[in-house]
Ligand binder design. Sequence first.
Ligand SMILES: NC(=O)c1ccc[n+]([C@@H]2O[C@H](COP(=O)([O-])OP(=O)(O)OC[C@H]3O[C@@H](n4cnc5c(N)ncnc54)[C@H](O)[C@@H]3O)[C@@H](O)[C@H]2O)c1
Length: 360
Amino acid sequence: MKEIKVGMIGSGFIAGVHCEAIGSLPKAKVAAHCDIDAARGQAFAKAHHIPDTFSDHGRLLQDGDIDAIIIGVPNCHHAGIAIDAARAGKHVICEKPLCLSLADADEILATCQQNGVLLCYAEELCFVPKFVRSKEMADQGAVGRVYRVSQTEKHEGPYSPWFWDVAQAGGGILMDMGCHSIEFARWFLGKPRVTAVTAWMDTVVHGERTPMEDDVIILLEFEGGQTALLESSWALLGGMDSHTHILGTEGVIHADLGKGMGLQVYSGQGFGEEAEQTRGWSFPDYEWIWNNGYPQEDAHFFECMRTGKQPSENGEDGKVVLEIMMACYASAAAGRKIQLPYTPPADIQTPVDIWLRAKA
Ligand SMILES: NC(=O)c1ccc[n+]([C@@H]2O[C@H](COP(=O)([O-])OP(=O)(O)OC[C@H]3O[C@@H](n4cnc5c(N)ncnc54)[C@H](O)[C@@H]3O)[C@@H](O)[C@H]2O)c1
């Protein structure tokens, strides 16, 4: 089996997660790296024992040894880098959200297809062992006919300044965490078409940092009659919440990925490098990377590269999620349900503009 050589783009949180995930897999390694911030890139490459690092992704793409790249940079750069990579013949793992416009999504998909490379839409929730097991049970009929997927992704707000910036992020909590819940619900139900979207959103606590939404509630209607009730927030104190309730006509499944996974610790003074966050009750996870599905996501994509199979989470999924998110902004802006397919206004720069215009 040939070793797969990956080029990592970015040195932030998710790049570190993928490096660790790939380090746990056989016959795959991160062989080159790029960050626009050269000093940060060098420190990252050294920490992860990556031989080459560049400050321009074009240089990395010239490396003939690299089979695939992972895009772990701010959302506004996803499309440009994915298209350049596909033109250079590299397979692409693109972090969520796929990009900031449906036109860019079409161009990414077309360029990958024209150049014979595979595109993974990196939605790791579909690889989380706890959620995979829940889906297996539901598919076996354990809870009867599933009529609703309820999914929550919440924390107290992002760590890097670009997340708060309209031009770089393209949206607030919806584009950051709402995209996870949307794709999770689609995947869990077997990807039926979403026919209508109703969304409420507001900036409830972070108005001094961003004009974008930090709290959102979404109702998706699927063909076939199922619904998804999704809540995402940057306004939650007390640690990350990620949980799911699967409601069926003959049962229910509760799956808590956040506070239901780890140990339950009460520490009067807090501990480790995160003493502030670990003071009082905390839920330290073990095997966090595995429990969150990242190695499984990368392993699945590498398997697809070896066999030529389409990844189970691919560019089409990323485009559908983006269209749903745009419909969410339109719904919150108009205060009513939006039917899909949805075509956004032609003159918006980013998805969140649809909502920001109505707020202004
Ligand atoms: N799937 C997940 O669980 C998950 C979690 C976090 C972030 N993400 C996604 O991953 C992406 C990166 O997020 P992050 O949290 O790692 O961000 P981060 O701020 O921690 O890191 C971003 C890195 O990208 C670098 N960078 C910026 N522009 C660049 C460019 N043009 N070329 C090369 N490097 C560039 C920055 O210097 C920085 O090192 C985002 O799209 C985010 O939505 C996914």
